[in-house]
Structures are given as structure tokens and as C-alpha cells.
Design a protein around this ligand. Structure first.
Ligand code: ADP
Ligand code: FBP
Length: 309
């Protein structure tokens, strides 16, 4: 069974606006409110793809109820820990450029963080947990490490999507998948990554450091997949970009759905790119139909075979 963990979920308040003028009153052309937070997004797309999963994390207040109600309406399973304080609202301004203002979210007490660790201890060695997004206030800096220690002790497979440098240290615990985007990969190595060759070079360092599978997403320029044996490259399908919020999360869902369904890694990577781009072309996260509609538009090219490295 797959689990997702979102320590700091959000309502994503998406406002479409032509031009934001700082210091003035601005009016949106259109707006919508969606459940958000990286693991919540992964869960919703897994659900679209028909893969059983449960969303874990901390949720609070009327904003938290909005997320729970939405997931319930979609039939997405969840088991959040209720906390005091309101789940955050993240404002996404979609204009010529995309500007995001993410909230801080509630402060998590020691008692609630212990409850979550207890919940993770209940997972079994056949389970995989997808750890995504920033940590809430109140949690220790090493909270992900504490969860990963439980995973290691209990032989639970984990995926981690965090843009913090702790990722480099976590690699030795052998995550099943990591998925930095181009900028995040650069930040990990204090580099500005300018080409696919550079992205492959640094992506390989994550694989060599211990990650079983690495996807480096390159926005509209596609994505790279690296494991011990192969490096694959995919271009992004072309389409009208509506809202890229959650594209990266959708990629993780697509890859993990492919693995759960017994696809090859090449096919799972293809489903991952389809899922990311289908979300970029949608107002909300991608539906199954939108993902499958891109089936003929993603070509996977093998750029390296390192079986004999
Ligand atoms: N402009 C775009 N056109 C087509 N697909 C896109 C576009 N932007 C993002 N995507 C899809 O979403 C994936 C993830 O996007 P990216 O911006 O790299 O990740 P993140 O959302 O984590 O920052 C890309 O690999 C691609 O499949
Ligand atoms: O936990 P963080 O890093 O603040 O990110 C939260 C934000 O990331 C998202 O999950 C989107 O992530 P991606 O666009 O990287 O897929 C939003 O739903 C949410 O507002």
C-alpha cells in the first residue's frame, strides 16, 4: 500500500491576473481554491490513476476541513492528525510570471508529532511512504530523519521530495525515488544547471549517493530518469500551460503508479512525464483522461546504458 505524508498541507488559492502591481489594489481575472501540499497532490493523482493510497499528515481548522472534505468527495483515503490552528493558505499568482506566496501553517506540538511517528510505525514492510514538502513549524529539523529511521528499521520503502540540503544526507538511506527539479538539483550542489548534460551529471551523483531512482524534472524542457542501469530522457509534450502547481507532485504519482501497476521503469517514467504535463495543462491537477490523452506525445530516449560501467 502507498502512503503519502504532508507535514504542512495547504489550500492553494490560485489567482489568475495579467499583471501584479506591487503597492496597488489588484483584481484577479479568475480564481479557484484547491487542496494542496505535495503529498496531498500525490495522493489525488494516484487516486485518479486508480492506485490505492492513504494520505497522512497534520491538518487543522476550517481550512483543513476543506481539504478533508475535498478528498472525501473524490474518494481519496486519508488519516490526518488533527492539530490546533488552521492549515495554511498558499497564494499562487498566475500572470505573465508565476509568483507564489506560501503560508507558514500551524505550529505542531510535541504530542502531535509523536502521534504521527506512532502512525508511521504502524506501516508494514510491504508499504511505501512518499515524504513530500516542507516541514511545519514546531517540528524538529531532523523530523524527516526520524521518520526515515523508522522506515530503515522496519524495512519500509520511502520516496522523498524535499528541496532542502538534508536530501544529500538522506541518500545513504536508499530512497526509492528522489525528484528534484532543475533549480533544486542546482541548489543541492551549489551550481546553476544550464544544460541536460549537466542535469544528468548531477542527477547521477544522487543515484551514486544511494537513491534507487532519480527523476530530474526540467519544466517545459522535459525530464531525465536515472537508475543504476539506464539514463532516459523525455521531452515535455507541447500544450497550453494553465497552471503548473502540482506538476512535480503529479510526476511522482505517475511514476509510483506505474511501478505499482508493474510497468517497466521506462514505462513508469513515461507515465510520470504524462502526469506532470497533464497537470501543467489543467486548472486543477490532471485527471486520468488528461494523463492518458498525452500517451502518444511522450517519447522516451535512452541516452546511456551503464550496465557495464
Ligand atoms: N511548460 C510546460 N510544458 C509542458 N510540461 C510541463 C511544463 N512545465 C512543467 N511541465 C511538466 O511537469 C513536470 C514537472 O515540472 P517542473 O517545473 O520541472 O517541476 P516542479 O513542479 O517540481 O517544479 C515536467 O517534467 C513536465 O512533465
Ligand atoms: O511544502 P512546500 O514546499 O511549501 O510546498 C507546498 C506547495 O507545493 C505544492 O504541493 C506544489 O508543488 P509542485 O508544484 O512542486 O508539484 C502546492 O500544492 C503547495 O502549495
Amino acid at each position: 500500500m502507498l502512503y503519502t505524508l504532508t507535514l504542512n498541507p495547504s489550500i492553494d488559492y490560485i489567482m489568475h491576473i495579467n499583471d501584479v502591481k506591487v503597492g496597488e489594489t489588484n483584481y484577479a481575472n479568475d480564481e479557484n481554491m484547491l487542496p494542496g501540499g505535495k503529498g496531498v497532490n500525490v495522493s489525488r493523482v494516484l487516486n485518479q490513476l486508480g492506485v490505492a493510497n492513504k494520505a497522512l499528515g497534520f491538518i487543522g481548522g476550517h481550512t483543513g476541513r476543506f481539504i478533508e472534505d475535498w478528498l472525501k468527495k473524490e474518494g481519496a483515503d486519508h488519516d490526518f492528525i488533527s492539530v490546533n490552528g488552521d492549515t495554511r493558505i498558499n497564494v499562487k499568482l498566475k500572470g505573465e510570471a508565476e509568483t507564489e506566496i506560501n503560508g507558514k501553517g500551524p505550529i505542531i506540538t510535541k504530542a502531535d508529532s509523536e502521534k504521527l511517528l506512532t502512525r508511521v510505525r504502524q506501516l508494514r514492510s510491504t508499504d511505501t511512504i512518499i515524504l513530500s514538502g516542507s516541514k511545519s513549524r514546531g517540528l524538529s529539523e531532523t523530523f524527516y530523519n526520524q521518520i526515515i529511521d523508522i522506515c530503515t528499521e522496519q524495512n519500509i520503502s520511502f520516496v522523498i521530495d524535499t528541496n532542502s540540503k538534508e536530501l544529500l544526507d538522506i541518500l545513504k538511506e536508499k530512497p526509492f525515488l528522489v525528484k528534484p527539479n532543475q533549480a533544486e538539483l542546482g541548489q543541492l550542489f551549489n551550481q546553476s544547471i544550464q544544460s541536460k548534460e549537466e542535469a544528468i551529471y548531477y542527477g547521477k551523483k544522487l543515484q551514486e549517493g544511494g537513491a534507487e531512482n532519480v527523476i530530474v524534472s526540467l519544466g517545459g524542457d522535459g525530464a531525465i530518469f536515472i537508475d543504476q542501469n539506464q539514463t532516459y530522457l523525455a521531452d515535455s509534450p507541447k500544450g497550453k500551460v494553465v497552471n503548473t502547481v502540482g506538476s512535480g507532485d503529479s510526476m511522482i504519482a505517475g511514476f509510483m503508479a506505474g511501478i505499482e501497476k508493474g510497468l517497466t521503469k521506462r514505462e513508469a517514467f513515461k507515465l510520470s512525464v504524462q502526469s506532470g504535463s497533464a497537470t501543467a495543462f489543467s486548472k486543477d491537477l490532471a485527471t486520468k483522461e488528461a494523463i492518458l490523452a498525452l500517451n502518444n506525445q511522450v517519447i522516451i530516449e535512452r541516452v546511456e546504458n551503464h550496465e557495464n560501467d
